[in-house]
Design a binder for this molecule. Structure first.
Ligand code: MD6
Ligand code: FE
Length: 219
């Protein structure tokens, strides 16, 4: 048996475990691993309706991650600013429905992390190809900061940066792998965070590509 095969076999059998990050924030390791193929199928169905696209920041930069949304509200950015809206600016249509497998996963993960009443109304899909990154930012376009954010990593590994309440606070580096879910709320809800540049490391299900799903209660 090759080392690769035994590693993959072991990865498939791994039971999830929880790693506390800070007050209110936890990494649920491999929580979504078993659902990986079904989640990737659902991503493909959603992005046939709402294509992945690289959006413009208010400052005129093109984001390196490509994004699409599903659920009643979608997060968008352009020269006018950051906001949630109910229509896709690319198609003029409402965003695709949130697949049940997405909603169920987000609720289960939130409950496991101590947020039993999470009802996401927005899911942002980020696709990172090698070279893509996301700079330190706060998620603060939502109306109710008592609700957490649930963030699901699929495909290639990346380094997540988890900072403080000020941009200048030195972030801790948290490696995230396929199936890891970060749940983020309480006193951590407005911490700065981001991801370092994706390296060219292939995952069996995605190739050299990482998807991130972030679920929010936008309204
Ligand atoms: C990413 N994630 O993991 C970007 N935001 O690709 C986020 O921006 C994020 O992971 C809020 C909470 C968790 C996150
Ligand atoms: Fe974020």
């Amino acid at each position: 048996m090759t080392a690769d095969f035994s590693d993959n076999l072991f990865a498939n059998l791994e039971e999830p475990w929880a790693e506390p990050l800070e007050d209110g924030a936890v990494v649920l390791r491999r929580f979504a691993s078993a659902s990986g193929p079904a989640l990737l199928d659902a991503i493909n169905r959603v992005t046939e309706q709402a294509p992945l696209r690289q959006m413009q920041t208010p400052g005129g930069h093109t984001m390196s991650a490509a994004m699409a949304c599903c659920g009643p509200w979608g997060w968008v950015t352009d020269r006018q600013g950051y906001r949630y809206q109910q229509t896709d600016p690319l198609t003029g249509q409402t965003w695709p429905e949130m697949p049940d497998i997405f909603r169920d996963l987000a609720r289960d993960a939130a409950a496991r992390a101590g947020y039993p009443d999470f009802e996401p109304d927005a899911c942002l899909i980020n696709r990172y190809l090698p070279g893509a990154r996301m700079g330190l930012h706060q998620d603060k376009d939502e109306t109710d900061f008592s609700q957490p954010i649930v963030s699901v990593s699929l495909g290639s590994p990346i380094v997540f940066q988890f900072g403080g309440d000020r941009r200048s606070d030195r972030p801790q580096k948290v490696p995230l792998e396929h199936g890891d879910v970060v749940v983020w709320g309480g006193s951590s809800r407005l911490r700065y965070h981001g991801v370092l540049t994706l390296k060219s490391l292939a995952h069996p299900l995605t190739g050299a590509c990482r998807y991130n799903l972030t679920f929010r209660k936008a309204r």
